[in-house]
Design a protein around this ligand. Sequence first.
Ligand code: BTN
Length: 243
Amino acid sequence: MNLIKLSAIDSTNSYLKILAKETRVDDRTVVIAEKQISGRGQMGNGWVSKEGESLTFSIFKEFDELFADNQFIISMAVSLGILEGFKPLNIPKISIKWPNDILSANKKIGGILIENVLEGSRVKHSIIGIGINVNETVFTNLPQASSLKLQTGIDFNLDEVFQIILKSVFNYLNNLSEIDFSEMKQLYQKHLFKGNKISVFENPNGFRYNGIIRGVSDMGELLIETENTAIKKFQLKEVKLIY
Ligand code: BTN
């Protein structure tokens, strides 16, 4: 593993993206920043973090034999890696909110931004950005957000949390070809935030469905049981979930 530590950067994902365009980046390069000036989230949203309280890092991972159709396995591996990493830290009631949010007692404590570069029908490499709210105690205008500290009352050592999560995520990413897909999907679904009644809006602010999350398809689509009991499949860009 190759670790690059930065004191400040716009976004660790953007940094790796540009670096990979300009030069050859080694597989398993990790970039961590003490401060992100314009962190990016999913769906073009921003990601706010606080120096000394949040973890913001990105992993550059190459793949030899990963078909684009199976790219959801990256999201599953990273989510499960983070969950596994949280175990020894005793974070309460951890779940995965599809597709890439990590919750503790239904509050968001972490987010993942995966940006895949395809070559033909394969994923060449992926830039996997991970943001974890560690010691924050104040979130302005983010009612669903929380931190490890708020959820446990413990003041964490940022570097220790980083080392634990990184090791655990690499445990999954390094062994992707040996991991049984259906077993992994089962585990992912076990930890999926599901069963609750939710509303789904087809973007942009289109038709509204009320339903219950039942799981994910092999392609990573969200499976929602709608009011007329039909199971409907949704892709990330189609839906905005309102809980
Ligand atoms: C989300 O929940 O919307 C995803 C948030 C991902 C944030 C991380 S922080 C490190 C990396 N760099 C970024 O600009 N974003 C990701």
